[in-house]
Write a protein that binds this ligand. Structure first.
Ligand code: HEM
Length: 460
């Protein structure tokens, strides 16, 4: 019994490691029973490609039952994260252009820089408050504030106050509810959906975390809607208005569909970027030589005293390489989940249509065959003039997923992370006071398993 409980904890809190052991013992393809389903697990790019090639125009994501059942109970639409087929396509088309178009995204760099300035000022205010010089405790929570503030500014032209002192109550509540909801999800998805019949306290708490996020999201959206109703914006160009206004003016999404999709964007945008940037800083602290190389690059391309903008970071290959390499070692979303559309043969095994297929990025990104010295932080492997054998081609590197269902916020995430890292490395020497004992755990995404202690020391 004790073994069962320990194993359950291990599988739900450190699933990347549990799966790593299974791949080691069972090879590149195996079946795993999970919540009453039989899943097929893959980690080799050739097999991953084979699975993706069957996905067609409307790739189906395997149902995240606790989430979709919550929405069904509250009579809410499924939104972009959970819907499939035509319903998904309708939502996705309504927002794709605005989030994926390079020009539209570059237009956000001013807003992003404003949030970054406030974030750095906030970090300096809380720095050292725990009694250790230059140390910021719980850096992963602080970056969540930055990412939430950024996405709200983009979506609604709204500052929520996560970076003020004291930080906004809603921001804190949203963060806590997201962490608690995803923590409970890891346990709920392991079992068949008993909560459809018995409403346990655990299930009710799970729903109340969702309610908290939904209520906060709705409050912000409603405020913005009211403001818009009192303004006259009819023929404005898309890059002159904020995201919500643009989507409201140009799409046929119902109010309920748009509300839930905006909430999905808030959820998708926060923990992912917050943790990716935290892992990047941890790695740069561990490899001071690489950090200096990055600093030199940023210094060489930035005009004195001016903020790095989308053009500056576009000309900074090492900056981009550092973030890519952090995403390789710490892919915050470490599984892509699809449902086979039709029968497919993978490695000689017949996989019937509708089988859930899990594509394990963590295992793939640490595969020595594709990434020599896989445990090493080597941003150089992404630079054209330093490595002829860049592993980005094909299906070897998919931190943002693949195909029509690929992550919609890629350009936003890259730009905001590049701008923040450029500014931090321009101004500070970055250190970490608990480098050696920081491991990875699954919360909303793969996150550090303890409060990260980052130090920021001004450069002369
Ligand atoms: C480092 C940052 C991020 C990473 C690593 C990341 C990763 C991913 C991955 C792997 C997927 C699944 C793709 C697939 O199934 O093929 C995904 C989906 C999604 N992401 Fe992100 N993401 C990040 C940031 C963002 C941001 C900033 C936003 C919002 C602006 C966002 C919104 C979404 C949405 C809405 C989906 C679902 C798309 C759909 O089903 O059509 N993500 N993300």
């Amino acid at each position: 019994m004790i073994n069962l409980v320990l194993n359950f904890k291990y599988e739900t809190r450190k699933p990347h490691q549990a799966l790593h052991h299974l791949f080691q013992s069972q090879g590149p393809i195996f079946k795993k029973k999970f919540a009453g389903f039989e899943l097929v697990m893959l980690s080799d790019p050739k097999d991953i490609e084979c699975a993706f090639r069957t996905e067609g125009k409307y790739p189906r994501r395997f149902d995240m039952v606790p989430w979709s059942y919550y929405r069904e109970e509250r009579k809410l639409p499924l939104g972009i994260l959970l819907s499939n087929d035509e319903q998904w396509k309708e939502t996705r088309s309504a927002i794709d252009k605005r989030l994926l178009k390079l020009n539209a995204v570059q237009g956000y760099s001013k807003i992003m820089n404003k949030v970054i300035d406030d974030f750095i000022a906030y970090l300096l205010r809380i720095r050292g408050k725990h009694g250790v010089k230059n140390e910021i405790l719980g850096f992963e929570s602080q970056t969540f504030r930055w990412s939430l503030e950024t996405i709200l500014s983009i979506l609604f032209d709204k500052r929520i106050g996560c970076l003020q002192e004291p930080p906004s109550h809603d921001g804190e509540l949203f963060h806590k509810a997201l962490i608690d909801m995803t923590y409970k999800t890891s346990s709920l998805i392991v079992f068949p959906p008993y909560y459809k019949y018995i409403k346990t306290r655990y299930w009710n708490e799970f729903c109340s975390h969702w309610d908290t996020m939904y209520d906060i999201g709705l409050k912000i959206i409603q405020e913005r809607r009211n403001k818009l109703a009192s303004m006259k914006i009819e023929n404005s160009k898309e890059d002159e208005v904020d995201f919500l206004t643009d989507v409201m003016l140009r799409s046929n999404l119902s109010e309920a569909q748009l509300n839930i999709t905006l909430l999905d964007l808030m959820i998708g945008a926060t923990d992912t970027t917050a943790n990716t940037i935290t892992w990047t800083l941890i790695l740069l602290s561990k490899y001071p030589g690489k950090q200096e190389k990055l600093h030199k690059e940023i210094k060489s391309i930035s005009k004195d005293g001016e903020d790095p903008d989308s053009e500056t970071v576009h000309n900074a290959p090492y900056l981009s390489a550092c973030i890519k390499e952090a995403m390789r070692l710490y892919p915050v979303i470490f599984n892509l989940i699809r449902q086979a559309k039709e029968d497919v043969v993978i490695l000689g095994y017949q996989v019937p249509a509708n089988t859930p297929i899990i594509l394990n990025l963590y295992e793939l990104f640490r595969n020595e065959e594709y990434f020599p010295e896989p445990e090493e932080f080597k941003p150089e492997r992404w630079l054209k003039d330093e490595d002829d054998n860049i592993p980005r081609a094909g299906f070897k590197f998919l931190p943002f997923g693949f195909g029509p269902r690929m992550r919609i916020g890629r350009r936003i995430a890259e730009l905001e992370m590049h701008l923040l890292l450029a500014k931090l490395s321009q101004k500070f020497v970055i250190g970490c006071n608990n480098l050696d004992d920081t491991g990875m755990i699954k919360r909303a995404t793969l996150t550090p398993d303890k409060a990260v202690k980052i130090t920021l020391t001004e450069r002369p």
